[in-house]
Design a protein around this ligand. Structure first.
Ligand code: HEC
Length: 253
């Protein structure tokens, strides 16, 4: 081994050590930076280069994979990260559930471990302990399964940007209800309709569809509050599906 290569190895070890030390420093109020970059796991692309820019040619998202950015984060934003609860400002019990880093650190998520406090809170039958608390609806079993699958699959910060978007058969029950359920009704339910908007019922969704605020809010039009609040914009495909459902007469189909 030459002097030069052993020096290089030493430098490499030193850098890794510094990196490990830096990433282990867990001050509860300091969120690790830089932010974890989502990995794109769309089928047919799957190069995992982490730039979050899918090439748009992916065949489809893997139906058995729980994608954090697509599926899991919207559930936390809608059910937990509202003001008064687990947004950055309120941080009840020090828990902030508004981003991957915050969910992992303050929610104490351990990959592959289903015995953590988040799973406990969303699955307990004790009405005093359950999250989200009444009058918010409990998470559906499909939503709980999604979070459970995501943890069992390693709690990755993954994202699928598969290029396909089916806008051919957009129905209220098939598409709009699940979108509302996963991204909106945590803040817009009958018990607590924030901003006076209830998206748990057809009548409530229809009224904001008709007055233009449903599309305006998800499309982040100026003059209307951007929704989902304090979150990323919905996927282009989801916004297109909402637009088409409204254009087709916002029917209860
Ligand atoms: C984290 C809580 C939260 C989530 C999630 C959320 N909203 Fe809201 N929404 C609010 C609050 C609070 C208001 C009242 C206005 C404001 O404070 O911005 C509001 C207002 C609205 C309005 C009225 C906007 C206006 O300018 O009159 C619409 C429409 C709306 N939300 C739709 C949605 C839809 C659709 C979703 C899901 C894609 C969603 N919201 C998700 C909290 C939320």
């Amino acid at each position: 081994m030459t002097m030069k290569s052993s020096a290089r190895i030493f430098l490499g070890l030193l850098l890794s050590l510094l990196f490990v030390l830096a990433s282990c420093k867990h001050d509860p109020d300091v969120i690790p930076t830089p932010p974890v970059t989502p990995i794109d796991n769309g089928n047919g692309n799957g190069n995992g280069n982490g730039n979050g820019n899918g090439n748009g040619n992916s065949a489809s998202c893997d139906p058995d994979t729980a994608y954090f950015q697509n599926d899991v984060l919207p559930l936390f934003i809608s059910n937990c990260a509202m003001s008064g609860c687990h947004d950055a400002g309120s941080h009840k019990e020090g828990i902030i559930l508004d981003s991957y880093q915050n969910i992992m650190v303050t929610g104490n998520i351990r990959p592959f471990r289903l015995d953590g406090k988040i799973m406990e809170a969303i699955t307990t039958s004790d009405p005093d302990d359950r999250m989200p608390p009444a009058p918010s609806p409990t998470m559906t079993s499909a939503q709980i399964n999604l979070i459970q699958n995501w943890i069992s699959q390693g709690a990755l910060n993954n994202l699928c940007t598969a290029g396909n978007c089916d806008t051919s058969n957009v129905t209220y029950s098939g598409l709009i209800v699940p979108l509302m359920q996963n991204q909106c009704i945590g803040c817009h339910n009958t018990g607590n309709p924030r901003g006076g908007v209830n998206l748990e019922t057809y009548a409530g969704v229809q009224s904001v569809a008709l007055d233009g605020r449903l599309f305006g809010s998800v499309n982040w039009d100026t003059g209307i509050s951007a929704m989902p609040k304090n979150s990323n914009k919905m996927a282009d495909c989801e916004i297109a599906q909402i637009r088409i459902w409204i254009q087709n007469g916002s029917q209860n189909n």
